[in-house]
Design a protein around this ligand. Sequence first.
Ligand code: SAM
Length: 485
Amino acid sequence: MINRFNNIDSKEWLPYQKSWFKFTTDEDLFRKSIRFFMKFDSEEMDRNFFFWGNPEQDKIAKNCALEEAAHFFSGDKLNNASQLQFALLDVRGMMEQVVDEQSWQKLKAQILNLAAQLKEKLYHRRFLSIIIPNLQTEDHYFPLAWDLAKTLSATLSLKDEKIGCMEIPESTASQNHFHTDNQLFYQLFFRTDEKSGTQESTEDFGFLKHQRLPDFQHKGLFPSWFILKPKPRNRKEILHPAKFPEELVNLYLDVFTREKDLVLDPMCGTGSTVVAAIAKNRNTVGIELSEFFSKIASERCHSVYHQNPNLFEKPIDRETFFKVINKDIREIDSADIGHLDYVFTSPPYWNMLNMKGAENQAKRVRRGLQVNYSDPESELGKLDLGNMDSYEEFLDELEKIYNHLFELLKPGAVMTIVVKNIKKHGSNYPFAWDLALRLMKKMILLPESFWLQDDISIAPYGFGNTFVSNTFHQYCLSFSKPLTP
Ligand SMILES: C[S@@+](CC[C@H](N)C(=O)[O-])C[C@H]1O[C@@H](n2cnc3c(N)ncnc32)[C@H](O)[C@@H]1O
């Protein structure tokens, strides 16, 4: 097969497609990016590469480029390059200047201005990549990477993202706070192509007027990325197309809840949240639209309960201790469940399960397993959020549902939502960011964590033609209800 995109073979190509990586050195990061995004023996394109970073990184990037036989341009030398195959902007070193909204707007304007010039210089369908973290200050959290990505996607096609993960340094691991900052950054990928827009984004995310982060000092350290080794799913659990592991729920229950707290999962599927909560002696309610899945959830709950007879203090009122309710979540008020200490949940990822031909779907069909939550044509299917065709209407509906749950949360309590960004028919729908930016109007966004998957084989999407990652990272977005309205 002819490789029209770069000069690397499949052994190098496939690992690069994993949507997260462990960061080692700047040199490794720059070199891998240059080797992936440049074709050195092209007859149609000059081997021109542009880099923007701090002076130290500039030197490293220059060395990598020269060793890989690329022509290097940086800073104010952009005008010297006729056209570019690849541009890399590394903003990490500039984050120290960002302390408030004003300083961010200044840096953002600089990046947008440079990106506009780069757009004119890049060959058609070639990439601009930006390395940028979100920002945690002492008492605020600003999702600057998402802000930049959303703004820039009005003029360039936002194609992909990778998460750069750093080992947790010993010094911070011993400290006692909710989140150790600087453990991860984003590598964003934009492309000049037929879908690149021409409009300046006028959207105002308004999140820099964000509320102070709550004090989680007492909660202990929480990692910003983690890899789980969950136990294999049993015969019943595998019937659900998108179950998350109890090991994931446990991490969060330990941080955000205490014994006897009331934990809700409003779309509980096979009941993973509820099962994990029972085993930790929490009161818990799961709501699920599908009768089929809610029965599985209920059976699993009873089984955990009976396996752990010594878990609970007497007297036990089992009915209030755990409940799985087969209902549309929009009917939650009729269930009268009381005030919540914590919500842990994962919604349908829009209508992705109805996308025929997706790798995962094909495998499930071959095994005779259900591929979606309900038949979109059935009465039940019309209430299933996973069958909504319009992305905007789906987001509107979820926003309404979660805002209603916020009303039921106790002040200071937290809601954690597991989601991911979605690629569909060559377009990118940053579901995690869109949802977070909407919910931030009422709730305080806590630093995100990533559940990284390391046990799935990599599919060669785009091989020889373009970059398409395999999305192996799930966002765990946590929001805290302000203590005072
Ligand atoms: C991502 S799955 C949850 C999986 C679950 N966390 C588990 O581990 O099994 C989303 C669930 O939302 C349910 N759902 C969709 N629309 C709903 C609605 N309107 N009300 C309640 N549940 C709904 C689906 O049936 C599906 O089981």
